[in-house]
Design a protein around this ligand. Structure first.
Ligand SMILES: N[C@@H](CCC(=O)N[C@@H](CS)C(=O)NCC(=O)O)C(=O)O
Length: 219
């Protein structure tokens, strides 16, 4: 009998990758919500190096780093809804873009909405330049992984669910339909997948969370 536990928070973009991956593969698991201001002894024991979530504990063995966890899930439950393509070259390409997204886009995206002045301008420029590459990737297929939602879409899920709440709270507009039609259509496609819909983060709760962050920073 498989025993799967996920340590995370409801809003962590990295933990959401794992929630979506488990849902797509129909894997039962126990969710353990962490308070990152007061990390549990289990979190510190299971991830002593980075002390971060998400952590997947499979039959008492902990795994850390969301991209590693997604691949582990894919390889372990390989018969149900495979995420990565079979061809090694296609797999390598998806891994390249996933790494690029985490290293070059994710933090500048959040910085654009959270920072001010010059830092914000720089973050905007970097994010838009790099998102243009993602827009291009989507010019041939409706998903980043091709005709079907896959590994690369999972890794970019943070973009789909955080964009609107952040735009609402800050009053800033990052992507519009004219300049980024493919990414805008991709966001809608993702939401039309029933398993994703079921665990789509509550948008009102995300808005409230970002509003609270904004007010705290403004003080
Ligand atoms: N590269 C990591 C990033 C994980 C991460 O940054 N998690 C945040 C929450 S969203 C965290 O645990 N932060 C706690 C801290 O930095 O002390 C991954 O992909 O899993």
């Amino acid at each position: 009998m498989e025993k799967v536990k996920l340590f995370g928070t409801w809003s962590c973009p990295f933990a959401k990758r794992i929630v979506w991956a488990l849902k797509l593969k129909n894997i039962e698991y126990e969710m353990i919500y962490e308070d990152l201001a007061n990390k549990s002894p289990e979190l510190l024991k299971y991830n002593p190096i980075h002390k971060k979530i998400p952590i997947l504990v499979h039959n008492e063995i902990p795994l850390c780093e969301s991209l590693v966890i997604v691949e582990y899930i894919d390889e372990t439950w390989k018969d149900v809804y495979p995420f990565l393509p079979k061809d090694p070259l296609d797999r390598a390409k998806e891994r390249f873009w996933a790494k690029f997204g985490d290293e070059q886009i994710l933090s500048s995206f959040f910085n654009y909405f959270m920072k001010q002045g010059k830092d914000q301008e720089e973050a905007k420029e970097k994010t838009l330049t790099n998102l243009k590459r993602i827009e291009q990737l989507l010019s041939e297929n409706k998903f980043l992984s091709g005709e079907r939602f896959g590994y690369l879409d999972l890794t970019f899920g943070w973009l789909a669910d955080n964009l609107r709440p952040l735009e609402i709270v800050t009053g800033l507009k990052l992507l519009d339909e004219d300049s980024f039609p493919n990414i805008c259509a991709w966001k809608d496609e993702i939401l039309s997948i029933p398993s994703i819909q079921e665990c789509w983060p509550n948008q009102e709760a995300l808005i409230a969370k970002y509003q609270e962050t904004k007010e705290r920073k403004g003080k």
